[in-house]
Design a protein around this ligand. Structure first.
Ligand SMILES: Nc1ncnc2c1ncn2[C@@H]1O[C@H](COP(=O)(O)OP(=O)(O)OP(=O)(O)O)[C@@H](O)[C@H]1O
Ligand SMILES: [Mg+2]
Length: 245
């Protein structure tokens, strides 16, 4: 039996028909401001708070203070979980890491020592800092990311990675080399509906697991990011209707 774990994102577990496979490596990708960081944060926060799975959040951009402030506005008390040593926050480890696979030894040790079950990396840019000498060498970059994923797998954690991508239209999606490295891909986007944009989510793939292929509306509010599993995005309904004319 495959063990599925809860994502911490209301509605997403239903899209995934139960949750994420324990120990899987998942890429969350989308345009700026689509909710990638919030999704990763909820995965770590609710994993620790509601499912007793300690987490590590690695941030290449935001400090704990900044992230804690926005988490607070989304109904999460991140700092209290950090104080309880249920969540470990790592900011810009790039400054202290020198490159090569040995760099993640500290991380693997921290996972073992603190009984960590979930790791989120925000974002994949981390590897560009970590391995600058491979700049432009895509195969080497891919190899390093793969090695990192393997290490996370060996360490027994469920691993979620954020990456930036300019998706505006799910119909015209350019696949990235990185998509083949991860076992699962969750896409976030905004679709224009007249004078406003609607947030949407779709699961592009999860190896070895059944999941919905539909596109769902997403909302972000004072209780965080939610997937509206019972609804079809307005913007898409309109598109279909136009198509029939
Ligand atoms: N408390 C809140 N209430 C409503 N919407 C919010 C709230 N906090 C954040 N948002 C929305 O979430 C968006 C940011 O989400 P998030 O930081 O997860 O995006 P991202 O995909 O990580 O962006 P980037 O690629 O720039 O890092 C904001 O642009 C804002 O629209
Ligand atoms: Mg972000």
């Amino acid at each position: 039996m495959v063990e599925l774990i809860k994502t911490g994102v209301p509605g997403l577990d239903q899209v995934l028909k139960g949750g994420l496979r324990r120990n899987a490596s998942i890429l969350v990708t989308g345009a700026p401001g689509t909710g990638k960081t919030i999704l990763a944060l909820q995965f770590i926060y609710y994993g620790a708070k509601e499912h007793n799975e300690n987490g590590i959040f690695i941030s290449t951009e935001e400090s704990l203070d900044v992230l804690d402030q926005s988490a607070r506005n989304l109904g999460m008390d991140l700092k209290s979980m950090v104080d309880k040593r249920k969540i470990f926050f790592v900011q810009k480890p790039i400054a202290t890491l020198k490159g090569g696979i040995s760099s993640i030894k500290g991380l693997v040790e921290a996972i073992r020592k603190n009984n960590v079950r979930r790791v989120a990396l925000d974002s994949l840019i981390f590897f560009e800092y970590l391995y600058p000498r491979f700049d432009g060498n895509k195969m080497e970059f891919r190899r390093q990311v793969l090695m990192f994923i393997q290490e996370m797998k060996k360490a027994g954690v469920t691993f979620l990675v954020v990456s930036e991508r300019s998706i505006t239209d799910f119909d015209r999606l350019n696949y990235d080399m990185m998509d083949f490295v991860f076992e699962g891909i969750i896409l976030l986007s905004r679709i224009r509906k007249g004078s406003y944009f609607e947030r949407v989510l779709t699961v592009a793939k999860i190896r070895g697991q059944d999941h919905s292929l539909d596109v769902y509306p997403v909302t972000i509010g004072s209780d965080g990011l939610k997937v509206l599993v019972d609804q079809t995005p307005f913007s898409l309904v309109e598109k279909e209707e136009h198509g029939f004319k």
